[in-house]
Design a protein around this ligand. Sequence first.
Ligand code: AMP
Length: 439
Amino acid sequence: MFSQFALHERLLKAVAELNFVEPTPVQVAAIPPALEGRDLRVTAQTGSGKTAAFVLPLLNRLIGPARPRVDIRAIILLPTRELAQQTLKEVERFSRYTFIKAGLITGGEDFKVQAAMLRKVPDILIGTPGRLLEHLNAGNLDLAQVEVIVLDEADRMLDMGFAEDVSRLCDLCPPQRQTLLFSATTGGAGLRDMIAKVLKEPQHLMVNNVSDLSEATRQQIVTADHNAHKEAIVQWLLANETYRKAIVFTNTRSMADRIYGHLVAKDFKVFVLHGEKDQKDRKLAIERLKQGAAKILVATDVAARGLDVDGLDLVINFDLPRSGDEYVHRVGRTGRAGGEGLAISLICHGDWNLMSSIERYLKQSFERRVIKEVKGSYTGPKKLKASGKAAGTKKKKTDKDKKTTAKPAAKRKPNARKPEGAGLASQDGLAPLKKRKVE
Ligand code: AMP
């Protein structure tokens, strides 16, 4: 029961209206110490209810009678626009019976309109670090009275090259503020550095281990001969699986566009989302998916980051993610808040060892599934090492694979197969995404 927390009755009323009955484990663990004003470092995965775990104590701190707005009192930093937009919605839902106002500042939106919004001084500012810094540099932003900083998906912000921007923004806030840092993984040296820099004697709450993917999500692999075969499997799955909404992940924009085109040609109601799409298209795709006008989204990791779409219960990894963390992020969006989910990864010869590394990272074994209607000839390595990797084989491509994916180097378009994360530089003017290894 949410009434177990010392939350203002106006917040409890909003919570009750949202039909949140039982707090999730991260809410149980984080809300009380956050209400006491402590700094927190919380390791909790996407879908665990972590947004409410920081939004409710934050609102509780700011709640009060109506008064002229003169200072920004809290900032919430997130890695992507979509996540920032979702967080704003969550803040608005919980603050509807209060006088607290929140504003959103992300890249890809009109700078002048944002500057005008900042002149009205929201109590809570939600945004991505790069654009916030631009406003700071333009003299539009004063953080001298900030009481609370939230760094959400901090590990991801570091991966995306935001470390310096985040530190700078934190340095501009008063040292006595409260800082709440959330990350999906325990992170590496970069996260440790940031924690040492921005948190004061934090309490560390490990609510979900990264390998605790929602138990309601089944994880399967289906072997495939080459990319064209993978496409046939995707089409079969989308036509025959029972699902409410599905997302197909690719590692590159060009592959996302290609699959999208083929699905449209087969009359699937589908949207595509990647970093090259402009903000309007991205918003439209997400809205259509949320409203149910389209059931299927083809997306790259960057574009789909932090998406919280109700009823998303089928994730297909057309391309395997490049790391175990990335796998968790993709698959973590099914089986959210109690729903059931199914994650299917399509595995060609060249994907096997990465897949087996991900299994070891997650300490789980994926269910091997054979679909007789679209069965190919590749069924996995003939011999396996104890680690689960292929024994005595070198990565090689089948003829068909070469035909569908590899072009001669000289003819290849410069960005055609660039991983989506690398496009961040052009998207947000940021350093390229750093890759994390599985092991
Ligand atoms: P998050 O991890 O914050 O992205 O939350 C995932 C989803 O769970 C969101 O749609 C929330 O609205 C929902 N949610 C969060 N907490 C609860 C709760 N205690 N009961 C029901 N749904 C929740």
